[in-house]
Design a protein around this ligand. Structure first.
Ligand code: NAP
Length: 287
């Protein structure tokens, strides 16, 4: 798969986590193709620094910053509203922000942080922006997830959706990333015929700050793997920009641009159940 890009010059693409790692790599790749990127993160200074880096690397200085704390539903809703006031179109939403936490902590809104930041935030943001995505069709929601080898054998733990019982940071992260994939396939089913596609992908190993809060032994391992990790994210750029995936929806891709079947995603009950739980936790119901 190596075809032409759809016309994305001046198209508006919102990227969560655009200040670092996967999100920044995708933002930079899309800016290079001429897209008007908007990067969402919680720290304006880091956001502006990332925009300067991207402009310097790509020659595209049209990028803008949107502030939101992904751990807080209230903040995401405000950011969604602010986005809709400022932009009259959204050609792609890239859900790439995320974090790993090694200690259990609930957000002030009472949701386990890993689940809130990595998954529930993106459920809410996507729903907040759905009308704009539909008006801007053909458009796409592209969501970063974990490695296919883990997803293929994973099962979603509905008895402990937020993984608060016997908390482990890595298990909670895996469940939140799995939720993103289930969310993608359910979103695709719900958006059939609207011109909005939903795709999930594994970015491969990308240089990142993800383990800055990890215990020292993990940081040491992380430093080593960061050295061999990539700075760009070809698959993320491809899914946002390539013409040949225009008619594809509800699919999961690996970093080699291969579509990987995840058997659990065919189970519509799982998708519906996660959607119901997410609606209950966020109070949102748009599709
Ligand atoms: N790197 C990889 O190889 C890899 C592979 C597979 C999956 N992933 C997944 O990709 C996601 C991003 O990882 P990464 O490697 O890009 O990490 P990263 O380098 O640490 O970047 C995380 C991004 O998310 C933003 N973010 C974190 N917490 C936030 C919050 N509460 N509110 C708003 N923004 C927040 C950060 O923005 P701030 O400027 O606000 O900190 C930053 O832009 C994670 O879910 C990770 O599990 C990564």
């Amino acid at each position: 798969m190596n075809g032409a890009n759809r016309e994305i010059r001046n198209k508006v693409i919102l990227i969560t986590g655009g200040t670092s790692g996967v999100g920044k790599a995708i933002a930079s790749g899309l800016a290079k193709l001429g897209a008007r990127i908007v990067i969402l993160s919680r720290n304006r200074e880091r956001g502006e620094e990332a925009l300067r880096d991207i402009a310097e690397a790509t020659g595209n200085d049209t990028g803008e910053y949107l502030a939101a704390d992904l751990s807080l539903q209230s903040s995401i809703r405000q950011a969604g509203e602010a986005f809709k006031r400022k932009y009259d179109r959204l050609d792609a939403l890239v859900n790439a922000g995320g974090a790993v936490y090694f200690e259990k902590e609930l957000t002030p809104e009472g949701i386990e942080r890993t689940f809130a930041v990595n998954y529930l935030s993106h459920f809410t943001l996507t729903n907040e922006l759905l009308d704009l995505l539909k008006e801007s069709r053909p458009s796409r929601v592209i969501t970063v997830a974990g490695a296919p080898r883990f997803l293929k054998n994973a099962s979603f733990d509905f008895e402990d959706v937020q993984q608060v019982n016997r908390f482990s940071g890595l298990r909670a992260t895996a469940q939140a990333l799995f939720a993103r994939v289930i969310f993608t396939s359910e979103l695709a089913r719900r958006l059939e015929g609207t011109g909005v596609a939903a795709l999930a992908f594994h970015p491969g190993l990308i240089q990142s700050n993800l383990i800055r809060t990890a215990p020292w032994y993990m940081k040491a391992y992380g430093k080593l793997s960061n050295r061999s990790a990539k700075k760009d994210c070809g698959i993320g750029v491809y899914l946002a920009a390539a013409k040949e995936v225009e008619s594809v929806t509800g699919a999961f891709f690996d970093d080699k641009k291969q579509m990987i079947p995840i058997p659990q995603l065919q189970n519509e009950d799982v998708g519906k159940r996660l959607w119901r739980v997410s609606e209950e936790l966020t109070g949102i119901s748009k599709v």
